[in-house]
Design a protein around this ligand. Structure first.
Ligand code: HEC
Length: 248
């Protein structure tokens, strides 16, 4: 115990001696500063433990406060005094569509539909409409005959090869691949509607019925690529695919 006291004395005595040499006003200033340092703590304590009805001090306004109506507000603008308006009869909110899942989603009994919905009639005019829409919306990537060799693909490949614009490109699918040929019409419809992996959705650009028309055309296109020539009148006079190779 004695030893500890001595150590403390040895340390403190010179410090205290020094302290008394400091001018009086500085000593007072130290006392004042020490007391003042507790004020922020006291203010914080008070702020945390009291309730204030006034809004916070809000120096930078940006657009935080503006005259507007939010949900459940009252309004003098409308006769019924409500700002929220009732649904207009017969409207369907985006994403709220229910009912005909075959026509709108290509789904029947929880499976991809294998037939066209009864609301469309698949005839020549319908397929031609599909061809027209396909040529507009799909050929840039999938190519006029659906082999995935559209101009965008060609251009992208040159950019990838020259390294000019990024290094990766997911090629549009060849629509004559057996995996796609086997797909039910509902699945094709869904691909156009919602997109697939890197391919974008076309629901907002192509009306529902036209999307079915495109599906009909894709089916015709797939059929045409390995159809039996006998099925076409006068096919004998057509230039034939050279299946032997190096004949002439
Ligand atoms: C901007 C280019 C682009 C356009 C335009 C485009 N596609 Fe695609 N499509 C792709 C790409 C890329 C893929 C492959 C996506 C992947 O594998 O990530 C694809 C894949 C597909 C597939 C295969 C889906 C599967 O199950 O693998 C089908 C079918 C298809 N597209 C149909 C269409 C139809 C029909 C249109 C026109 C309405 C169309 N695409 C327009 C780029 C495009």
């Amino acid at each position: 115990m004695k030893l500890i006291k001595q150590i403390i004395d040895d340390l403190l005595t010179p410090m205290l001696e020094d302290f008394w040499k400091v001018p009086l006003w500085i000593r007072w200033a130290l006392v004042v500063v020490t007391c003042a340092a507790t004020i922020p703590l006291a203010v914080i304590y008070r702020a945390r433990h009291s309730v204030n009805e006034k809004p916070r001090i809000h120096i930078i306004q940006n657009m935080d406060n503006q005259p507007k109506s939010v949900a459940q507000d009252g309004s003098e603008w409308f006769n019924d005094g409500r700002i929220m308006r009732p649904k207009i009869e017969g409207t369907v909110a985006r994403g709220d569509m229910a009912g005909d899942t075959h026509f709108f989603m290509g789904i029947e009994h929880d499976e991809w539909a294998t037939t066209f919905p009864t609301t469309v009639s698949v005839d020549k005019a319908f397929v031609e409409r599909g061809q027209d829409r396909f040529n507009i919306y799909c050929t840039p990537c999938h190519g006029a005959t659906g082999y995935g060799d559209g101009l965008i693909h060609v251009r992208a490949m040159t950019l990838v090869e020259t390294g000019a614009n990024g290094t990766s490109w997911v090629a549009p699918k060849n629509l004559h691949e057996s995996l796609i040929k086997e797909q039910p019409v509902g699945q094709l419809f869904n691909t156009i509607t919602n997109g697939v992996r890197t391919m974008a959705a076309y629901a907002s650009q192509i009306p529902t019925e036209d999307r079915w028309a495109i599906v009909a055309y894709i089916k015709a296109l797939q059929f045409s690529q390995d159809a039996d020539p006998e099925l076409v009148d006068g096919s004998a006079s057509f230039p034939q695919k050279n299946t032997q190779g190096g004949d002439e």
